[in-house]
Design a protein around this ligand. Structure first.
Ligand SMILES: [Mg+2]
Length: 317
């Protein structure tokens, strides 16, 4: 299998349209197996233990089997990175036609956060809002900030807040008037099955690549028995299409999913259209890859990374 992965490997450097997680070029590795294309795209700083889960997700896509799907399309949300001007907010939100919900990155500066939320509402007064802090606040900061945000925009505007604080302990201490979603608390856990989320989060975010694939994500969802939101790890269309399949395979899906982040890339390997705020399950056939080929030394780096991660993946399976 490793030979097949390396023989079909394409290492791409996809330019982003905005600075997202300080990333302006998204490097992804794609490979092909009997079931289709798979993606391996852990962020560059991740070590092999973490990267091996991402490889497992790609292997599942290229060599595995699809679970039974419950639906053939899903609702998506807009994703708004930490941009500050009204013009930038409107430019980005216009990429998600028909989206009724926007996820807004906040947490660095409350004044800027309040303005960013206001800009989104100016763009579309009917938008529901979810916030994502990526664990950046203390418990007190979270409670004070949310009090101010809710006072200004009203409670009904907000769907939930994602990881207002970093740790499980802090999530349990926290007392907020809006539901709390857990992301890093599961995604970064050594064993996502052994984290006791009782009293910590109301909603669980699942990301198919970091969690090791569709089957493992479904097992995590079943284990925790919480409402699920499927979200992306800024993958190319190949990885995103697996996220859509995960969302389509969940027994229950009551929230829009954060799977429209391909819009944050200037170029993607395939088009996954958003129609009336929804995306369809589809097989992705990447094209135009020659235009985005990474430099030879980067290809060598990714090949070594795949070998290291494959060893870890194999030992676990
Ligand atoms: Mg998050």
């Amino acid at each position: 299998m490793l030979n097949e992965i390396l023989a079909t490997l394409q290492v791409l450097s996809l330019p982003t349209r905005t600075n997202f997680r300080s990333v302006t070029k998204r490097e992804v590795a794609l490979f092909k197996g009997p079931s289709g294309w798979g993606e391996f795209s852990p962020f560059l700083e991740y070590g092999k233990d973490e990267a091996a889960y991402w490889l497992g997700a790609g292997i599942e896509a290229a060599f595995g089997e699809l679970p039974k799907l419950q639906r053939d399309e899903i609702e998506i949300n807009a994703t708004l990175p930490a941009v500050d001007s009204q013009i930038d907010v409107e430019r980005i939100l216009s990429w998600y036609p028909g989206a009724k919900v926007v996820k807004i990155k906040v947490g660095d500066d409350l004044e800027a956060d309040l303005n960013r939320i206001q800009h989104a509402i100016n763009f579309n007064d009917n938008l529901k809002i979810r916030l994502d802090v990526n664990g950046g606040w203390s418990v007190k900061q979270a409670e004070d900030s949310i009090a101010q945000i809710v006072q200004r925009f009203g409670l009904e505007r907000f769907e939930y807040i994602e990881q207002p604080v970093a740790t499980l302990q802090e999530l349990k201490e926290l007392n907020l008037p809006i539901p709390v979603a857990g992301d890093e608390v599961i995604r970064k856990a050594k064993d996502p099955f052994s984290v006791d989320l009782q009293g910590a989060v109301d909603i669980l975010m699942l990301k198919v690549s970091p969690l090791g694939g569709i089957a493992r994500s479904l097992a995590i969802a079943k284990h925790h028995n919480l409402p699920i939101v499927v979200s992306s790890a800024l993958e190319s269309a190949v990885g995103i299409s697996q996220g859509i399949k995960l969302a389509a395979a969940l027994p229950q899906l009551n929230y829009a999913c954060g799977l429209a982040t391909g819009k944050l890339l200037s170029n993607d390997v395939a088009e996954l259209p958003i129609i009336a705020g929804r995306m369809k399950v589809s097989e992705v056939h990447p094209t135009g890859m020659l235009n985005f080929q990474a430099a030879p030394e980067r290809i060598t780096w990714w090949k070594n990374r795949i070998r290291d991660s494959f060893e870890v993946w194999q030992a676990r399976n």
